[in-house]
Design a protein around this ligand. Sequence first.
Ligand code: SAH
Length: 245
Amino acid sequence: MASIKRVLSTPDGDHFYVREGEKDCHTQYGVAKDVLKAKDGSKVVSNTGKEFFVFSPFYADIYKKIKRGAQIIPLKDIGLIVAETGIGKESVIVDAGAGSGALSCFLAHIAKEVVTYEIREDFMEIVKKNISFLGLKNIMIKHKNIYEGIDEKNVDVVTLDVPEPWKAIDSAADALKAGGFLVAYCPTIPQTADFVNAIHDNTRFTHIKTVEVIEREWEVAGRKVRPKSTSIGHSGILSFCRKLQ
Ligand code: SAH
């Protein structure tokens, strides 16, 4: 997986990465020497006296370093998609649009197979780089408009992050197995309304729920416990539906 060999983190959560071929870790807190030899979970000290913990990278560490072109789906929303649909090692997923591949690459790490559709070739290049950076083998990217149909059949979950998700409802119905989930991620309320109302008018789906995930990070230092001012603001609204018959 990727070329990152070590992750150094400060007690307050700053992360630094050591790539293949590097020995030392250069940070704004000075240089930590010879970190490839340090044991996982051990402490190293930079030449300015700053302490770091050293780890071999987990998927979550490498994932943070993926390239971004299109606006990505944040982790808080990915978490709910996974939890609501129960995506796991048997799941086959179709996703569109690939964008930066943030959602599809996260899902590929836990699912059996992901196929992601994208219409823009420049974004496809970014996604291909991210797939190879993450070392994923079970994800395929297709240069295709999802509104014009989905080639795959018997799919467990379809995720849509496209401007007009209602145009992909019939494609998703043909692709999904009965009971399969259709999830639409919309940045705005009019898109959400158009999507969910189209689902209400469609006999092949039932709407389960539409939710917004609000994440508020807290600062905890002694008795100074209060919300951080840098919490993520609005990202998108998630609508969950299930395929009938
Ligand atoms: N979920 C992605 C971000 C998607 S951004 C991530 O987490 O990284 C929306 C993407 O959808 C853009 O890249 C855009 O080019 C693509 N797109 C728009 N309409 C599409 C369509 N009809 N079929 C496939 N991709 C589409």
